[in-house]
Design a protein around this ligand. Structure first.
Ligand code: SOE
Length: 387
């Protein structure tokens, strides 16, 4: 019997547009999903640019206005890979039109918007996800299995660092990722949102937070992103940076564990240094994105004298997702995290369930982001709502 088709409309064709397009295209190579993804249409404002992207990435058609995509009755799923200030408007319009939605992170500009987005998808009964792709790294999935099985015992500490350095040059321009009206926050929503997602996934909900944030370079020349994380200065004009360059916070988890989080775009030498360590009563795990297939594991059951962190290459059939790709030891990369997430999304659509992380996760994440920001302003601890 022919599989049900899910006709996708992707909004955005640059960094995330490319990651998601590649994922839809490659998905059938590796996974036998319950439904068939169809790359129906892609949207971008620049006609020549979006047409070229559609041809290169394998989309059947293109549009230059996202509203037109939502009106089309040959689209079942809207994939939002554009700037943060458009997430809410597009997601709500998509849900109201009865379309499933996947949205890039951070879900929204603030908690009020995230709440409206969650309400819209719930009311419409559509399937929804938010693209926290690091949850889909086999080594992280495996760490979750170890924690859930009790192998690490009672969890006492979650400690994360997310370090990048691509805006350290004071001449790096004031691109959209540094303008509050377009992105909501800086490093906080861009990087810390990922660390918060991993903490919630691996350790659970938090009960209180206290944070600090700062902007090291307060004025920059105007300019635009030019591909990947590169940018070009567009003239002589200078503008004020109104988002954070760096953020740190501490939290208490509901299970009593301590959380210590740091995220910065001023971590010289770190290109995408997303890492964490978890310590439990019986063992610990460590992970770093720049070596993403490896999980470091310490278990106290090891013989005395032989104890120590061991490196596990999470490429065996037994490791989540890994068996879908290559034989053991044949590593996967960043792009595969997106294939794994759209695999879950397609099965979610087949079963009419919203796999995690979904808009509930995105909303709760935004509650924490906003609380850390408020705490940094008020220089005080903030109690989080009970979830
Ligand atoms: C840039 O900081 C960026 O591309 C983020 O936007 C992504 O979410 C992160 O995964 C990698 O870095």
């Amino acid at each position: 019997m022919a599989k049900q088709q899910v006709r996708i409309g992707m909004i955005g064709y640059k960094f995330m547009g490319k990651a998601h397009s590649h994922a839809y295209r490659d998905l059938p190579f590796y996974f036998n999903t319950q439904v068939e993804p169809v790359m129906q249409a892609i949207v971008g404002r620049d006609e020549a640019g979006v047409k070229a992207a559609a041809d290169r990435m394998g989309w059947h058609s293109y549009e230059t206005d996202w509203r037109r995509l939502i009106e089309r009755d040959d689209i079942d799923l809207i994939d939002i890979g554009v700037t943060n200030h458009l997430h809410a408007e597009i997601a709500i319009a998509a849900a109201e039109a009865g379309k499933h939605v996947i949205c890039e992170k951070p879900l929204a500009m603030n908690v009020e918007e995230a709440g409206r987005m969650l309400e819209a998808v719930n009311k419409a009964g559509v399937v929804h996800m938010v693209c926290h792709n690091y949850r889909f790294v086999p080594a992280i999935r495996f760490a979750k299995q170890l924690i859930d099985s009790g192998k690490l015992g009672k969890i006492y500490h979650f400690r994360s660092r997310y370090l990048q350095d691509w805006i350290m040059d004071p001449q790096f321009p004031l691109v959209w990722r540094l303008r509050k009206e377009v992105c909501g926050s800086g490093t906080h929503g861009d990087l810390m949102a990922h660390s918060i997602d991993l903490a919630r996934y691996l350790v659970g909900e938090m009960s209180e937070v206290v944070g600090m944030m700062d902007t090291f370079i307060k004025r920059r020349p105007l300019g635009e992103m030019s591909g990947g994380l590169h940018a070009e200065v567009s003239g002589e004009q200078i503008g004020e940076v109104d988002v954070d360059d760096a953020v740190a916070f501490m939290s208490r988890f509901k299970n009593g564990a301590f959380g210590v989080f740091e995220a910065t775009r001023f971590g010289k030498g770190n290109r995408n240094g997303n890492s964490f360590e978890i310590n439990g009563s019986k063992g610990s795990v460590r992970w770093n994105m720049e070596n993403m297939n490896q999980l470091q594991l310490y278990v106290e059951d090891d013989e005395k004298g032989e104890q120590g962190f061991r490196n596990i290459s999470c490429t065996e059939d037994i490791h989540p997702y890994a068996g879908a790709y290559w034989p053991a030891g044949h590593i996967i990369g960043y792009e595969h995290t997106f294939i794994n997430i759209v695999h879950e999304l397609m099965n979610g659509i087949a079963e009419n369930k919203s796999p995690s992380p979904n808009f509930t996760d995105g909303y709760r994440n935004q509650v924490i982001l906003d609380a850390v920001e408020n705490s940094a302003k008020s220089k005080s601890w903030i109690t989080l709502p009970k979830f």
